[in-house]
Every structure is written in C-alpha cells, then in structure tokens.
Design a protein around this ligand. Structure first.
Ligand SMILES: [Zn+2]
Length: 439
C-alpha cells in the first residue's frame, strides 16, 4: 500500500514537472519584434530597400516590406536602426572555432600543447565573438585535433547554454595516413603524435571513418584531398581515386555532403571527379577544372583571407604596403577565374587562421578581387544557404524563414566595408546585439 502511494506521488510529481516545463516554454516566447532600419537588403536582389521594415514573430520572419505596410501587433518591441542596413544573418562556410591565429600560437603548437578542454572553452568564446559580428551560421570544417568537441559546442549553442552561431560541424575531418600534421616529417620517429584529423588508408578504413564521424554528429564530411607530402614538400593528391570514391559515396549514402580541402589542380580535379560537394581553397585549380566544377554544380570557397593572413605572419607581407606574395597572386587568379566562369562561390574564410569576429575580411577580399559588394553579400547569405541545403530556412529575409538577421552601419550592398560595423544581431528571433549594447 505504502509503495503504491509513493508510486502515485512520483507519477504526479513527474506529470507536474512536465507541465511546468511546458509552462516555462510558453511563458518565455521569442516574441514580436518590429525592426526599423534605414534600409533592408533581403538577399533576393542586389539593391537595398529604403524605408522598409521587418516583423519577427516567434523566431521567424513574419513580414518584410515598406514600413507603412506592416501591421505590428500591440506589444511588439520596436528596434530603431537609423543609418543601418538590415541583412540576412551572415554565413561563413569555412571556419575553425577550435583554432586561433597562428601568429599567436603556431598550428603545430596549438594541436600539440593545448588541452582539448581549454580549446573547447576557447571555441565557446570564439562562437560568441562571431555571432556578435553578425555571423549567425558557420560551417565549422574540423576541430583540428580537438576530437568531437565541436558537437558539444553546437549542442550548448542550440540549448541556449552559450551564445553562438548555428553550427554545421565536420568533427575530426579525414586525411590519408601520415598526410597531415603535426609531423610526422620534422619530428623524431619514435614518438607518438596527436593527429590534426582522423587518418585512414584503404577503402574500408575510409568508409568506416565517414560512418563513425557521421554517427558522432558530423553534418558535413571534411576530407583533405591533397597536402604537402610530395618530394620537397610539394602539394600532391593524398587519397587514391578508389579511396576518394569510397569516402564520397559512403557520405552521400547517409546524407552527408563532402567538403574537400584541395590546393593543387590535380587535387581539385580528383575530388571533383569523385563527386564532392564543395572545394575549399582551390588556389592552383586550372580554368579547365573550374569549368568542370561549374558543369557539375560544385561550390567553391576561396579562403582568400587565410592566404593574406599567413603571408602577414610568415612572409613579412604588409597590407597596403608590400606587393602580394606569389601565393596571394595564385589565390587571386583562381578566384577571378571561378568568378568569370560563373562557378558557385560561397563565402568561406578559414577564420581561426585569423581572428574570430573578423569574418568580414573574406567578403571584403572577394570585392577587392572583382566581385561587386552585392555579389559578396549574396555569397555570404542566400548562396551560402543554398550550398548548405538550407535555402528554405536561412539566407534571405522572407516570411517563414528563421529570424537570423544582422544590421550594419552604412550600406554593405554598396560599400562592403560596412560589414565591419555591426549594430544589431538576431538569431532565431532572439536579439544578441542591439544598438545600446557596447561590444
Ligand atoms: Zn580550414
């Protein structure tokens, strides 16, 4: 009798708890927001619309258009953004939240000496900085030796534990055996080194790594298609065609797109022939290879800022003063070729190589190399969302899409440098930066 009474009370308590958690959810709605910027750039065309407003309801965009045409419900919170342009929240398709600039700590030393716990806390801090800069979505392409910790950072962001962009993660990334750092070249052979990514050889091991990473939370599979493993450190393809095919087919079968790091023409070409979904870097890709990418609808993330940053750190390059390095010229040539041919170019910066929150540098670099400011904005919004297969949810300001929004002082659709000056950031209808907040 006593036992069953206890059970009854326990059941009642659980029910009450469940009800209360539902009450709590209902009692803290994301609410209604009326955003009144100087102009709105929706991502649908090239020009910003003066005098437009955006209504947000319960985490989604409810209306966009001339301010006079929008009926805001009573109680909607008004945010005036004079002089600012409201855009879709920005997207960076190539980030590394678990890295920090190499002029602070060399990549080898980050991977070899920084504990994963510390790197995870750093990643959380980087996520916040990124969000406040107006970047509401990142495709984070590998933890670089920090295991599956990106899955936990993503979870903490999704659960509201820490502020950060929505993340699509790649977990450990996959490399061919002994074809990525730290070492083994340059290190004594009798010590075991931690890897910057998961090493595989052979078709079976390649398939197993994809399945394992996907099961542990990888949204994308990141592979390194070439690396500096040739004679004298030349960049050459690392995987065999059979391994590449196995990696891509296994990933696609379980619904994970594949992003490939490839810098040489041969590396890009092999990856394209294997059917990858996006090519990262691509500095050495020939016109013929870019044509093939265009034909097959494979996206390109140029990571121009990473090249400029490493030139500054290691080749004494001074922006605005010294001549571009050979690698910078190569990256510019690749970018201009892809642009001319109409390859789908997404905004992907390789941030982490340079300071988190300075993601605006990549759209600015794309404009310096021939894009219009509006094209660069598209690359960082609706085009990026399409590459992520998230067009129905992200990348434009349109009714029904997630209320991921940013506002910048000035008009980035005509002056890309305006992206340096975020004044408002909202993700999923929750404001993280408003004009009265100091950074
Ligand atoms: Zn990278």
């Amino acid at each position: 009798m006593r036992a069953s009474l206890t059970t009854w009370w326990q059941t009642a308590a659980i029910l009450l708890l469940l009800l209360c958690s539902l009450c709590a959810t209902a009692a803290t709605p994301k609410g209604d927001w009326l955003l009144l910027p100087e102009r709105v750039w929706t991502g649908d065309g090239d020009a910003a619309h003066s005098g437009w407003a955006v209504l947000v309801h319960d985490g989604a965009i409810a209306a966009v258009g001339p301010a006079a045409s929008i009926q805001a419900p009573a109680g909607a919170q008004r945010v005036e953004l004079p002089g600012a342009t409201l855009t879709p929240g920005l997207i960076d398709l190539h980030s590394h939240l678990f890295l920090h600039p190499y002029n602070e700590t060399l990549w080898n030393d980050q991977v070899l000496t920084e504990p994963q716990d510390y790197r995870t806390l750093e990643a959380a801090a980087h996520a916040k900085t990124t969000l406040l800069a107006g970047f509401t979505t990142l495709r984070d392409l590998g933890t670089e030796g920090a295991g599956y910790a990106d899955v936990s950072v993503k979870r903490a962001i999704d659960e509201g534990l820490i502020p950060g962009p929505r993340l699509l993660v790649a977990t450990r990334a996959i490399v061919a055996t002994a074809s990525y750092g730290p070492g083994p070249r340059g290190f004594r052979p009798d010590i075991e080194l931690p890897g910057g990514a998961q090493e595989v050889s052979g078709v079976d091991a390649a398939m197993a790594a994809v399945r394992e990473q996907a099961a542990r939370g990888a949204d994308w599979i990141k592979i390194y298609g070439d690396y500096r493993v040739g004679p004298d450190g030349a960049t050459v393809p690392t995987f065999t065609p059979a391994e590449l095919k196995a990696l891509v087919e296994t990933a696609h079968q379980i619904g994970r797109p594949v992003a490939v790091h490839a810098a040489s023409d041969a590396g890009v070409r092999m990856a394209v022939e294997a059917g990858v979904d996006s090519v990262e870097h691509g500095y050495g890709a020939s016109e013929a290879t870019f044509k093939l990418m265009k034909q097959r609808g494979i996206a390109y993330e140029p990571t121009l800022t990473a090249v400029a940053a490493t030139a500054e750190y290691f080749q004494h390059y001074v922006p605005g003063q010294s001549a571009p390095t050979e690698r910078m010229r190569e990256a510019e040539r690749a970018f201009r070729t892809a642009l001319k041919l109409g390859v789908t170019i997404g905004n992907g910066s390789d941030v982490g190589v340079f300071t988190h929150g300075d993601n605006w540098r990549e759209p600015a670099a794309m404009v310096a190399y021939g894009m219009t400011p509006a094209q660069a904005l598209h690359a960082a919004t609706n085009v990026a969302a399409k590459i992520l297969r998230q067009s129905q949810h992200l990348g434009r300001i349109a009714p029904g899409l997630a209320a991921d929004l940013a506002a910048f002082s000035g008009d980035p659709s005509t002056q890309i440098d305006a992206l340096k000056k975020p004044v408002f950031v909202m993700k999923d209808g929750i404001p993280y930066r408003t004009p009265d907040m100091t950074r």
